[in-house]
Design a protein around this ligand. Structure first.
Ligand SMILES: NC(=O)c1ccc[n+]([C@@H]2O[C@H](COP(=O)([O-])OP(=O)(O)OC[C@H]3O[C@@H](n4cnc5c(N)ncnc54)[C@H](OP(=O)(O)O)[C@@H]3O)[C@@H](O)[C@H]2O)c1
Length: 369
């Protein structure tokens, strides 16, 4: 490995753009039994990337941010567990918790999988962290603990509510619960109804409707609801979604992609499933329990069979390589601040002029070349 050099987008402090410069190349000792060195061909951006860029992380600087990557296997330790699954040259995608913005990234073998057929790197790269996050909260035993998805699963006649079905996490969650045999009921903005129905949701509600609580609760109470997953909207999403749980006649399990700080705020009768900060499993272990849903099972198989949509679709920024990542992080911040208008602005900046007024969710991606 000595001949290769590695570079990263370094974050030297908070609130400033990242800077591209050399970074150490992982050695065989770093890779050990379970890691694979990947040469990255596409990076995807998550909200946490701009949030962490803006947040003061104390004395830990400089840091490398970034999670989702797709590329080719560059090295794996001969005879290791990882080598039994991956070979040099394999096309793969996966994620790492905050060291992804590099030319060469070490990925856990359980948090990556091969890319099916000739699918371009820009497609599956959007799925890594979001699918794993959705899987953990939907199927993890500390959370909703739903039955796992599988190809050809039979319908259960039970529903799951995905609050924020148009978010990236929500887009994955809808598809995963349907594949497990549940009926997906979702909320999103009106302009995203078609997008969310296109993912398979049987009923979609506008979360800005003043009567959304009663309407969604009535829908859930038409049958048995197996749980609510709050997949978007920070604290306001939690409050709105647990109001539905409280209004339902059923005692509903409730899990959120955003930690609920004060459980005293939650109305009585809502069965919140979350770990206390003291009992969190650390990164990356927290994602290992549900790899049969993601990289080591259903997601890989479904993607290969064309049964899982790449959603939201990638919006590839113009600047290539590590140098393009800051542009993508800045666009992610615009989308977070301006919502629908922010997506239009991002599409406009990338494609140079909006042809249509209607836009649906996108996932920002940077390609190597
Ligand atoms: N990305 C990850 O892998 C990850 C990992 C851990 C935790 N999380 C958390 O999960 C949440 C979703 O992340 P993401 O990456 O999926 O975000 P995202 O794709 O940026 O989600 C944005 C979408 O969320 C919807 N939304 C915003 N406020 C809402 C509300 N109050 N009720 C319902 N929908 C609302 C909006 O949909 P409309 O346009 O339809 O209004 C918006 O387009 C975030 O809060 C994040 O902190 C994400």
């Amino acid at each position: 490995m000595a001949a290769r050099t590695n570079r990263a987008l370094w974050q030297d402090t908070f609130g400033v753009p990242g800077v591209v410069r050399e970074s150490p190349l992982p050695t065989n000792d770093d890779l050990g039994d379970h890691k694979v060195l990947v040469k990255v061909h596409a990076w995807a951006i998550n909200p946490c990337d701009y949030m962490l860029q803006d947040r003061n992380m104390g004395s830990s600087y400089p840091v490398i941010l970034g999670c989702d990557v797709a590329g080719t296997v560059e090295a794996v330790v001969p005879g290791s567990t990882a080598a039994s699954q991956f070979r040099v040259g394999d096309r793969v995608f996966g994620f790492t918790a905050n060291s992804g913005f590099q030319d060469y990234v070490a990925l856990e073998d359980k948090l990556m999988t091969k890319i099916p057929g000739d699918m371009a790197y820009r497609e599956p790269v959007v799925l890594g962290l979001c699918s794993a996050t959705a899987a953990m909260f939907l199927f993890g035993e500390d959370y909703l603990h739903l039955d796992y998805p599988k190809l050809g699963a039979r319908k259960k006649g039970k529903s799951v509510l995905i609050w924020g079905g148009s978010s990236a996490v929500g887009s994955n969650a809808i598809q995963l619960v349907i594949a497990a045999g549940y009926d997906a009921i979702a909320t999103c903005s009106k302009n995203n109804f078609d997008y969310v129905k296109g993912l398979g949701a049987v009923q979609v509600f506008d979360y800005k409707d003043p009567n959304v609580t009663e309407k969604v609760a009535a829908e859930l109470d038409k049958g048995e609801c197996a749980g609510i997953f709050m997949a978007a909207g920070l604290k306001n999403g939690n409050v709105a979604a647990w109001k539905v749980a409280a209004a339902s006649k059923q005692t509903l399990k409730f899990a959120s992609s955003n930690f609920i700080d004060n459980l005293d705020d939650v109305p009585k009768g809502v069965d919140v499933k979350q770990l206390s900060p003291g009992s969190f499993k650390p990164f990356p272990d927290c994602w290992f329990e549900t790899t049969l849903v993601t990289f080591g099972g259903y997601l890989s198989e479904a993607l290969a069979k064309g049964a899982f949509k790449v959603a939201p679709p990638p919006l590839v920024v113009n600047r290539i390589g590590l140098e393009g990542i800051q542009e993508a992080i800045d666009l992610q911040r615009v989308i977070a601040e301006k919502g629908h208008e922010g997506i239009k602005e991002a599409v406009n900046r990338v494609k140079g002029g909006m042809k249509e007024d209607k836009v649906s969710p996108v996932k920002l991606v940077v390609e190597r070349s």
